[in-house]
Design a protein around this ligand. Structure first.
Ligand SMILES: NC(=O)c1ccc[n+]([C@@H]2O[C@H](COP(=O)([O-])OP(=O)(O)OC[C@H]3O[C@@H](n4cnc5c(N)ncnc54)[C@H](O)[C@@H]3O)[C@@H](O)[C@H]2O)c1
Length: 248
């Protein structure tokens, strides 16, 4: 009997990760949902179950490289053939560059950059021996400039774009596609870094071509496309999902 197909989504306790996990489950994948925060992860599990696919909850700290590799291996062992990895988790402390302590910078790099690397390497080792797969890295509109007090975050998101291109080139021969989505401003916990939500919403709508806020499922559907059978000749690309704020 053919093994089921599995997908792993990091940062799945957050709104964009949750929507992505739900969408991949609806697409038919067994979905492993990973976060270090158990309560929101449990809400994700409840929601993903409604899509009718098997779910595996992985309460894992992405600062721990060995734990990431173990989580990837559990996904492939317990859920099915690992076909999809979505590197979605991120931290985004906001502070003027001159005041950022080194430890804070290092934490941002550990979660937003090093964990993407470790998860991709562990996942690609499975995919390379089982006929290929798709890795989707989540970047950010902020790489285009214009955001203050986020230098560490923005530099890791730039790294996600460059990492995507480097991996796509290297893993193409194994039929592993590597792409990137770059979200604009979605109304999630990430917005709590802005002091005045109404002012920020006005700012967003002034800049977007579409005069409404984006919904998490509108990012998830792009991840689903890049992870699935309708994009089998696309690799090394970064798709901007921002309501027409930045056009490329
Ligand atoms: N929301 C936006 O407007 C926006 C814009 C641009 C990019 N993004 C990107 O989209 C992705 C998802 O963002 P979101 O808005 O859902 O954010 P979020 O903060 O709601 O979700 C991020 C998740 O990552 C988890 N996480 C953080 N550190 C972790 C660690 N050490 N180990 C395990 N899990 C950890 C958090 O617990 C959280 O559940 C991120 O990569 C973010 O940079 C979001």
């Amino acid at each position: 009997m053919k093994r089921p197909q599995a997908a792993l989504v990091t940062g799945a306790g957050g709104a964009l990760g949750r929507a992505t996990a739900f969408r991949l489950a609806a697409d038919g994948f067994g979905v492993a949902v990973l976060d270090h925060d158990a309560d929101p992860l449990e809400r994700t599990v409840e929601q993903v179950r409604k899509a009718g696919s098997p779910v595996l909850a992985l309460t894992t700290d992405l600062r721990d490289a060995a734990a990431i590799a173990a989580a990837v291996d559990r996904t492939a062992t317990e859920l099915g053939t690992l076909r999809v990895l979505v590197n979605n988790a991120a931290v985004y402390p906001s502070r003027p560059f001159l005041e950022v302590p080194l430890a804070e910078y290092e934490e941002v790099v550990a979660v937003n950059q090093r964990a993407y690397w470790v998860a991709a390497q562990a996942a690609a080792r499975h995919m390379a021996t089982t006929g290929g797969g798709a890795i989707v890295n989540v970047a950010s509109i902020t790489v285009h400039g214009g955001w203050d007090s986020l230098a560490a975050y923005v530099s890791t998101k730039g790294a996600a774009v460059a990492f995507t291109r480097a991996l796509a080139r290297e893993l193409g021969p194994q039929e592993i596609r590597v792409n990137c989505v770059s979200p604009g401003a979605f109304p999630t916990a990430a917005e709590e870094i802005h002091e005045n939500p109404e002012v920020y919403t006005r700012h967003v709508l002034d800049h977007q071509a579409l005069k409404r806020r984006g919904r998490p499922d509108e990012l998830a559907s792009v991840v689903s496309f890049l992870a699935g059978p309708d994009s089998t000749f696309i690799t090394g690309q970064c798709v901007e999902v921002n309501g027409g704020w930045v056009m490329s």
